[in-house]
Write a protein that binds this ligand. Structure first.
Ligand SMILES: Nc1ncnc2c1ncn2[C@@H]1O[C@H](COP(=O)(O)OP(=O)(O)O)[C@@H](O)[C@H]1O
Ligand SMILES: [Mg+2]
Length: 245
């Protein structure tokens, strides 16, 4: 399915009633359809919260999230679940694999949930695209952290969702697997109509995206288009100095 622009407007969120502890502070940002955006910022700056609000996993206190042409903060929980099944793939920081299922079965799960019959050869292909076709029959406990992460990535890439959200998708991978996964994501980003939002702390990883946005204390403070890893590192160093000051 095709993406439309993903637009967050005046998003604010606090996990407690205390307004001082605002995790997102009036964030307005557009993720244009079919683009890949990396989200960077110091630990605790609100990146995961921003991602979770965008993916319909968390309803913010204030503001709107326009996805697929509708404000997903205003629809019912049941409709949000339905929308997530059809249009949204999330690669979680902790993988979220089902322990009783094999790698292959985990990869096909979103399609099953959507009422489709996953095609075995396509599932194997998805595993192959992240280099672990040989591990198809293993369960998550029989896989290393990096291998589990790659199952989660294969699952997200196979599901035909227009929006892909990834929270540190390469955090547990060695550099060779990281490059492989990023090349696969680039391939998908260029050849199918996907809108990708990816949180990362790694400048090398972020440089694969079309744009990087920088989050500090719950606000978007900067952005770079067509970034290089050097430009990103420089900006991050600057942010860290700002944070300390
Ligand atoms: N479920 C939660 N309950 C309470 N506080 C939370 C919760 N999730 C995140 N926070 C707090 O919100 C802030 C931002 O968190 P997060 O969005 O995870 O940051 P990041 O991903 O940039 O490290 C942190 O101070 C964190 O402790
Ligand atoms: Mg986080």
């Amino acid at each position: 399915m095709e993406s439309q622009d993903l637009i967050l407007e005046n998003l604010s969120h606090s996990f407690s009633k205390d307004a001082q502890t605002c995790v997102l502070n009036d964030v307005t940002v557009k993720f244009p359809a079919n683009t890949w955006t990396a989200v960077m910022g110091p630990s605790g700056s609100g990146k995961s919260t921003l991602l979770n609000c965008s993916a319909g996993l968390l309803v913010p206190d204030h503001g709107s999230v326009m996805l697929n042409g509708q404000d997903i903060t205003k629809i019912s929980r049941a409709d949000r679940v339905k929308l997530r099944r059809k249009s949204i793939s999330v690669i979680f920081q902790d993988f979220n694999l089902v322990p009783s299922l094999t790698a292959l079965e985990n990869v096909g799960l979103p399609l099953l949930f959507d009422g489709q019959t996953p095609d075995r050869s396509k599932m194997l292909q998805a595993l192959d695209s992240v280099g672990i076709q040989n591990l198809a029959d293993r369960r998550p406990t029989q896989l290393s952290g990096g291998e589990q992460q790659r199952v989660a990535i294969a699952r997200a890439l196979l599901a035909d969702a227009a929006y892909i959200f990834a929270d540190e998708p390469t955090g547990s991978l060695d550099s060779r697997s990281t490059t492989r996964v990023l090349e696969q994501m680039r391939n998908i980003s260029e050849n199918s109509q996907k809108t990708i939002v990816m949180v990362t702390h790694d400048s090398y990883v972020a440089a694969f995206a079309h744009r990087v946005i920088f989050v500090l204390d719950g606000e978007i403070v900067d952005e770079i288009y067509a970034p290089t890893a050097e430009q990103i590192s420089e900006k991050m160093n600057h942010l860290r100095r700002t944070e300390v000051a």
